[in-house]
Design a protein around this ligand. Structure first.
Ligand code: RIB
Ligand code: CA
Length: 309
């Protein structure tokens, strides 16, 4: 058997990923974290999305702040002040069972069968690892949207070096990348290649996704001069079902937790045979997705989003 858990700071592009996870037919539950909004708000958002889609999945509430640093400031300029395009009144309760224990309990119960999609800061996964050090052997895999490695100039969207999910909690990201998870990282290098426009969104025939996307599209049109959006998080759910659409680069991953490169993800790019101070020594090798078949990814998203129509 295969099962999914999706860990989200549900924001607009997260909602596309959550919808695909729901459509996978393998979803066990949704865990929430701070990130695009507070964890109180993202828990409410996850419940609102699932209720709108008439899907009865449980939502579990996770971390309210990073392991070490202060939480990111949510000014709402991309996802709206509520994280979902500020277009729905959300009366859902923020109360929920604990996300960290849910992840660990599922991993123990379904040993080797659960894949965790993370589409926000990695705090929940790091906390779960602290509770259960054997988690990398219990989970089938982790597919994580985050990071940036500089391909075609995609180096960061929070600083010149750092992508938001990693920047929000680099200590958690460093703990996760140092652990022997079957980890696939989906960074800006590929997510910036997959842009959808209003026509693509309309082709999904999902009123909720269309409505919450308007705010993000307005932002893109104003600042990026393009009325469209990167569906960063959705690529985790696409990779889960169709890894063949993506090119895998194998490398250990290190994360800067201080200095001007704070929040930057690093892979081995030098070809030196021996390095005196090898920061990658003894680190596990992970999968990094730097490229993929954009046409196949977009065609699959449209087909999957219409599966139940
Ligand atoms: O950098 C992109 C990531 O930051 C996505 O997960 C998006 O939802 C935002 O949280
Ligand atoms: Ca996200």
């Amino acid at each position: 058997m295969s099962y999914l858990i999706i860990d989200t700071d549900i924001g607009v592009d997260d909602a596309y990923a959550v919808k695909l996870a729901v459509l996978s037919g393998e979803l066990l539950g949704v865990t929430t974290t701070y990130g695009n909004a507070s964890v109180v708000q993202t828990t409410k958002n996850a419940k609102l999305a699932l209720k709108t889609w008439q899907k009865n999945f449980k939502v579990y509430r996770g971390a309210s702040r990073p392991l070490v640093i202060k939480p990111p400031v949510n000014d709402g300029h991309i996802h709206g002040i509520d994280g979902l395009g500020a277009c729905y009144e959300n009366n859902e309760s923020p109360d929920a069972d604990d996300a960290i224990h849910f992840i660990v309990e599922c991993a123990r119960k379904y040993k080797g069968e659960v894949t965790l999609l993370t589409i926000g800061p990695l705090t929940n996964l790091a906390l779960a690892l602290n509770i259960e050090p054997n988690l990398p052997n219990l989970l089938k895999g982790v597919i994580s949207m985050g990071g940036a490695f500089g391909r075609d100039g995609h180096t960061g969207n929070m600083t010149h070096f750092a992508e938001f999910n990693i920047f929000a909690d680099p200590h958690a990201a460093e703990e996760v990348c140092s652990a022997p998870f079957n980890l696939t990282l989906i960074p800006l290098d590929i997510t910036h290649q997959v842009l959808i426009d209003e026509k693509d969104i309309a082709s999904y025939h999902d009123e909720f996704l269309s409505n919450i996307s308007k705010f993000y599209l307005d932002f893109s049109e104003k600042y990026e001069k393009f009325r469209g959006m990167c569906v960063h998080d959705a690529l985790t759910a696409v990779y889960y079902k169709h890894p063949e659409f993506f090119e895998v680069t194998k490398s250990p991953i290190a994360v800067s937790t201080e200095g001007i490169t704070f929040g930057q993800t690093h892979r081995i790019i030098s070809s030196y045979a021996s390095i005196p101070f090898d920061i990658f020594k003894d680190r596990p090798v992970h999968n990094i997705i730097l490229n993929g078949d954009v046409k196949a990814i977009k065609e699959y998203m449209c087909q999957e989003m219409n599966k139940e129509n």
